[in-house]
Design a protein around this ligand. Sequence first.
Ligand SMILES: *[C@@H]1O[C@H](CO)[C@@H](O)[C@H](O)[C@H]1NC(C)=O
Ligand SMILES: *[C@@H]1O[C@H](CO)[C@@H](O)[C@H](O)[C@H]1NC(C)=O
Ligand SMILES: *[C@@H]1O[C@H](CO)[C@@H](O)[C@H](O)[C@H]1NC(C)=O
Length: 380
Amino acid sequence: MSRDKHLETSKSEIMGSSGKRLRSKSTTVLSPLLLLLLLQIHQTLTLATNETSPKVPALIVFGDSVVDPGNNNAIITTTRCNFPPYGKDFVGHRATGRFSNGKTPSDLFASQLGIKEYLPAYLGTKLSPEELLTGVSFASGGCGYDPQTALLVSALNMTDQLNLFKEYKEKVKIIAGEEKAVDIITKSIYFIATGTDDIANTYFTAQIRKLEYDLPSYIKYLVQQASSFYQELYKSGARKIVILGAPPIGCVPSQRTLAGGIERDCVPLYNEAAMMLNKELAMEIQRLNSTLPGSMLLYIDTYTPLLDMISRPSAYGFKVSSKGCCGTGTFEVTLTCNSWTTNICDDVSEYLFWDTYHPTERAYQILMTKMQQKYGSYFN
Ligand SMILES: *[C@@H]1O[C@H](CO)[C@@H](O)[C@H](O)[C@H]1NC(C)=O
Ligand SMILES: *[C@@H]1O[C@H](CO)[C@@H](O)[C@H](O)[C@H]1NC(C)=O
Ligand SMILES: *[C@@H]1O[C@H](CO)[C@@H](O)[C@H](O)[C@H]1NC(C)=O
């Protein structure tokens, strides 16, 4: 309706301005064609303008340290990094609690969607109504689909994060009103990144699930947990749910040190575990997508692109992919990566990993650009 009105006014504007010239013979012949052309250009421009404005009102994030912008600062846990050199390349060199040298996938995704440049943590921050309405992260470094994983490091488990989301929804209702709130909750994108810590920390390193489960049955358990989380989220109103798969866990620097032998090779068994999880997770996501009415669940493969970056670092302008930039790059992560006892590498842009567990902002940027290229059409 309003578009027609727009076109109507522009038509009369064009008619008006060409009114004088209509008296000359040559323009009389040209003008209908010209008019059509101008109208067409005008229409294209109007449409184009609207296509670039964000259609997704908010980005809502759940998961682990890959997407935790500082929620762990507000809880009692040693899985934190709100001190230098973390955040060295963040705006103002601020150590916000993000587990990297700069931005993380939740920030990069929010800005790809045209929503905002930084996605804030929900906990421990004073957020303006505008910030709340455009989305937050509930992620907590150290958590997993298995509640035991969060318990191991006193992080927020996925149920805690879901409860915070329910609290958040009430705030959105108060700010925006019932009707607008429903619109925001339905149209937003929900982004989930976790599962790595279940396999690396809980299953292989701490071995606290090994008595109850062999690897295939633990993977099945993780997928069940993941599935019930997605379904709970759906029940709470989410429709567009985007899920990151596990990376090649065996090639993460800390896992090479722990289980890769003297050469610090990639650990084949850990990579296999990640692939098994990804395969079953993708199948379950596909199943939910076709059974939950109106849902759009999307599994994103990060394993393949990351393994390629790790295997051929120079193809991406990296020099080092087997060690982190912080300290020796073989064991430093969170508390052991700090400005009091550790130096950092000379040129962080040469490194794929920032510490022994988390990629650098540049690596995340490459990954998220690939994701946008491959799946961008799903997001609008
Ligand atoms: C473009 O967006 C504006 C504001 O949201 C709206 O009023 C207008 O109708 C839209 N135009 C088109 C062509 O969709
Ligand atoms: C999640 O953690 C909370 C405490 O933060 C705990 O009360 C709850 O039982 C945990 N959930 C599960 C499923 O273990
Ligand atoms: C999910 O389901 C929708 C229909 O509801 C379909 O259009 C879309 O292609 C499906 N997505 C995937 C990844 O299968």
